[in-house]
Design a protein around this ligand. Structure first.
Ligand code: HEC
Ligand code: HEC
Length: 348
């Protein structure tokens, strides 16, 4: 119910914001205090980030959304967060093995999807950032991503016709500072919950959401072979593991890059298996274009090494039937409602 109310308000508010582009909107202050409900989906654990000291409000969320899609946050005024985190790709970067930033500079890692961020205990493939509110500073300052300074961004936002009013609506006065920018980002990204896949509806016992015999059997295959790391209902345990993909010339050390501990070499944060239909290519460097390649990896491509996770030492043995059932189950984790949710799209 809250969702629906929120969607209604959001659309209404978007219209206000759009209108505001032409003429200042005196109503902005009126909605300033409307708090937005963040509901934990049924049966899910408590989130790690619960908006403590950053209660989500309609204007705060809308400000976060505007910032997320604003290319002026980059040095060249061309690259926004949304360039690499696209709605149609469940906020990953479609068809890009590694990220493309300002002047088409290449990173070394695949842009991860963004949803259910409040449950993440750390961010990035190597867990190098541990708070949702401090995360955006990294892409902003990264020379191959947005390559911009906070001072420049704040100056650009202050010179804009709408931002000062939006900051006032969200935080009480027109002051624009980095803390407020980060809080608005956290409000927007924190509300991006993906919990309406067929799997979720089945789990909640909703009418018409039965799994087919193939999906049901695939669910069992999943539990027997994948669930050690890709734990329900988020389909990750947020731990760092080496799943045996071959080491490439980039020689990305993964978690060891942060901990400098040899025992963490080549370990990466276990990604969620939700929304795989939209988030390809896969793995931290986007090396696999499709789930067949991922299956081939787990069944016959495991590279042995000192830090390979013991659960994958012998690879995964699957019959052809089990393999196609597993794929059918993974398909029940795609949440089209989330990908199409108007609340999270760019508003012009
Ligand atoms: C040039 C492409 C690019 C841009 C622009 C970009 N990102 Fe990212 N984003 C990435 C990549 C690549 C990673 C993974 C980095 C790593 O693991 O080292 C990432 C990681 C993240 C994560 C962590 C996800 C996880 O599962 O740990 C979040 C959240 C995020 N970005 C939000 C943002 C926000 C907010 C902005 C805008 C301020 C932004 N990104 C701009 C490419 C980009
Ligand atoms: C030992 C822990 C572990 C097990 C077991 C495991 N995975 Fe993974 N999985 C990982 C890790 C870690 C990654 C990320 C590796 C990387 O990018 O370097 C990953 C990545 C993936 C990805 C890519 C997702 C993306 O967004 O890039 C898919 C798909 C996947 N696993 C599916 C499976 C399936 C299906 C199974 C069971 C057959 C399975 N995994 C078993 C740890 C595991």
């Amino acid at each position: 119910m809250k969702r629906i109310v929120f969607a209604g308000i959001a659309i209404g508010f978007s219209i206000l914001v759009t209108m505001q582009a032409c003429k200042p909107d005196p109503n902005l202050d009126v909605v300033a205090d409307a708090p937005l409900g963040f509901t934990i989906p049924e049966g899910w654990p408590k989130p790690f980030y619960n908006f403590e000291n950053n209660a989500v409000t309609e204007p705060g969320f809308e400000l976060g959304r505007k910032l997320f899609y604003d290319p002026r946050l980059s040095r060249t005024n061309e690259v926004s967060c949304g360039s690499c985190h696209q709605p149609s790709a469940a906020f990953a970067q479609l068809d890009h093995p590694i990220s493309h930033g300002v002047e088409d500079k290449l990173g070394t890692r695949n842009s991860p999807s963004i949803f259910n961020m409040n449950w993440h205990t750390s961010f990035f493939w190597d867990g190098g950032v541990n708070h949702l509110e401090s995360q955006p500073i990294n892409p902003i300052q990264n020379p191959v991503e947005m390559d911009e300074t906070l001072d420049n961004i704040i100056a650009k936002l202050k010179a804009d016709a709408n931002y000062p009013k939006m900051f006032k609506a969200a935080f009480g006065d027109e002051t624009i500072n980095s803390q407020r920018i980060f809080k608005a980002f956290a409000q927007f990204m924190g509300m991006m919950v993906s919990s309406n896949a067929k799997y979720d509806k089945y789990k909640r016992g909703e009418a018409g959401a039965n799994l087919t015999p193939e999906e049901q059997s695939g669910y069992t295959v999943f539990k027997n072979n994948c669930a050690t790391c890709h734990i329900e209902p988020l389909f990750t345990d947020f731990s760092f593991r080496n799943n045996g993909i071959a080491i490439t010339s980039v020689n990305d050390s993964g978690r060891a890059h942060i901990t400098l501990d040899a025992a963490d070499m080549y370990k990466f944060k276990v990604p969620s298996l939700r929304n795989l239909r939209y988030t390809w290519p896969y793995m931290h460097d986007g090396r696999y274009n499709n789930l067949d390649d991922v299956m081939n990896h787990y069944t016959k491509g495991i590279t042995q090494s000192a830090t390979l996770d013991p659960a994958l030492k012998n690879g995964v043995q699957l019959t052809d039937k089990e393999r196609s059932d597993l794929l059918a189950f993974l398909n029940t984790l795609n949440d089209e409602e989330f990908v199409r949710d108007p609340r999270f799209q760019e508003v012009n």
